[in-house]
Write a protein that binds this ligand. Structure first.
Ligand code: EPZ
Length: 430
């Protein structure tokens, strides 16, 4: 098992290029199977989740060619099955997008129930409610979600909770339903907008994505497209917070600053300088940081996917900060690891009360999930001494070349395989 070995204490300085958004790439890859024509997608991040999804798509006869590391060509004309029970697909949440896409085009889909990061109860009732409202039969059995429809018919759907996945999934299926669908209380995240833009580039008729009411006029057929995925707002935010955690100066390039406003606002509030210019944002942290209060909310609120990273920074900021997690109840699991590094944090229900300390110290820590894993890396980079971060496979689900990008900014980080290294050592000495 690989780990990151980190010697903390270096201020990170320099420029970093942000890749395509994982959470936009996943629905867009799935949506590409809704046409028999060829689709070209650029800016696909080379991370574990996108690769697992493409492998699963390959397992049902969809032809996927990588033109280069970030550009893929997909042709689904030879699809051989609408049943996906690939063992690996269980591990990713976004397997559910294959349901909306296949239901829309083929009126049938059977997919292994989604897994993903263990960050709390991850219900799919709103997805099911949406599919049923469009006229599909949906059953859950033997670990699979099975759905079928004679016809899909547009409907008026009110989402009981704001859900990124359910909004996109209903949009996928409704794009090829007969008549009009209205989704109320829709999620507004940039990746929802990107998925809608991609579907529209294939001939769908979706209006209002990015607001809380999305209107879709179903079409009979979608066609090929050539599309580039938006930059990853969470990868960008993570590097912005790396500058704050390490008292550094990082220019984050190839971003849409508008998507980062909630993060920028908090960085300014705690005492960082943030300068936006065109498609880049520079974060400079040269003063002691101050405390603040944060509550995670659906976009444009502060993203739950940035909660662990900002907590790491607030743990090093003067005074008492309060972070409230309102999206996923199980997203403070990393706090125990941070405490082992010297943080002073108390979690009560969905709230973390953080008393800033002057430094963290290196320790052996384990990533409990993707974003918390990235946050612990930031803590280790800021800490005095050596840290070993375990379970980095979680981080590799969503960050491409994370350690290389950090190294480029001056971090002392490398990937090691302690077990192998240890065995090698025994062989040499034994
Ligand atoms: C997406 O998950 C992202 N994943 C998550 O990113 C992100 O944390 C989350 O949106 C919130 O922004 C992908 O895009 C693949 P939701 P998703 O449906 O779609 C409740 C990362 O680190 N809910 O918006 O699963 C749910 O329990 C990952 O990249 C229902 O009650 O999230 C949660 O409280 C982790 N019923 C809230 O809604 C449903 O049917 C938001 O979940 C669906 C959701």
């Amino acid at each position: 098992m690989e780990q990151y070995l980190i010697h903390g204490g270096n201020s990170l300085v320099g420029e970093v290029e942000i890749g395509g958004a994982k959470n936009a790439a996943l629905p867009i890859l799935a949506a590409s199977i809704m046409t028999d024509e060829t689709v070209h997608i650029d800016n696909v991040p080379d991370v574990r989740d996108t690769n697992v999804l493409m492998d699963a798509m390959g397992s049902i006869g969809i032809i996927i060619n990588k033109e280069n590391r970030h550009r893929v060509t997909i042709n689904a004309a030879g699809i051989s099955s609408t049943v996906v029970c690939d063992e690996n697909i269980k591990k990713i949440r976004a397997s559910y997008y294959l349901i909306g896409a296949m239901l829309g085009k083929y009126k049938h889909a059977e997919v292994t129930l989604p897994g993903g990061c263990d960050i709390g109860c991850r219900a799919i009732d709103q997805h099911i409610k949406g599919f049923r409202a469009l006229g599909a039969e949906v059953i859950l059995e033997h670990g699979m979600i099975k759905t079928r429809a004679e016809h899909l018919t547009g409907s008026h759907i009110y989402m009981d909770v704001v859900s990124v996945g359910a909004t996109i999934n209903i949009m996928l299926a409704a794009s090829m339903a007969e008549g009009k669908t209205i989704i109320e209380n829709a999620a507004k995240e940039p990746h929802v907008v990107d998925a809608a833009n991609f579907l529209n580039s294939m001939g769908a008729n979706i209006k209002g994505a990015g607001t809380d009411v999305i209107r879709i006029k179903g079409v009979q057929k979608l066609h090929g497209s050539d599309y580039a995925i938006v930059p990853d707002q969470i990868e960008a935010g993570t590097f912005m917070l790396a500058a704050a955690a390490t008292r550094g100066d990082i220019t984050v390039k190839n971003v849409i600053p508008k998507h980062l406003e909630s993060i920028t606002a908090k960085l300014l509030e705690i005492g960082c300088e943030v300068m936006e210019q065109g498609d880049q944002v520079r974060v400079v942290c040269s003063r002691p940081l101050r405390h603040t209060h944060i509550k995670t909310l659906p976009y444009p609120g502060f993203p739950t996917d940035m909660q662990p990273q900002i907590t790491v920074v607030l743990g090093l900021s003067e005074g008492t900060s309060i972070v409230t997690e309102s999206i996923f109840e199980n997203r403070f699991k990393y706090v125990d690891e941070l405490i082992r590094m010297g943080a002073s944090i108390k979690v009560e229900g969905n709230t973390a009360i953080i008393d800033g300390v002057s430094k963290y110290t290196g320790a052996g820590i384990a990533a409990p999930d993707l974003r918390a894993g990235a946050a612990l890396v930031l803590a280790a980079l800021a800490a005095e001494g050596e840290s070993v971060v375990d379970n980095i496979r979680y981080i590799q689900r969503g960050y491409e070349d994370f350690h290389l990008k950090l190294k480029n900014l001056g971090a002392d980080i490398k990937v090691v395989d302690r077990e192998t290294d240890y065995r090698g050592f025994k062989l040499m000495t034994g």
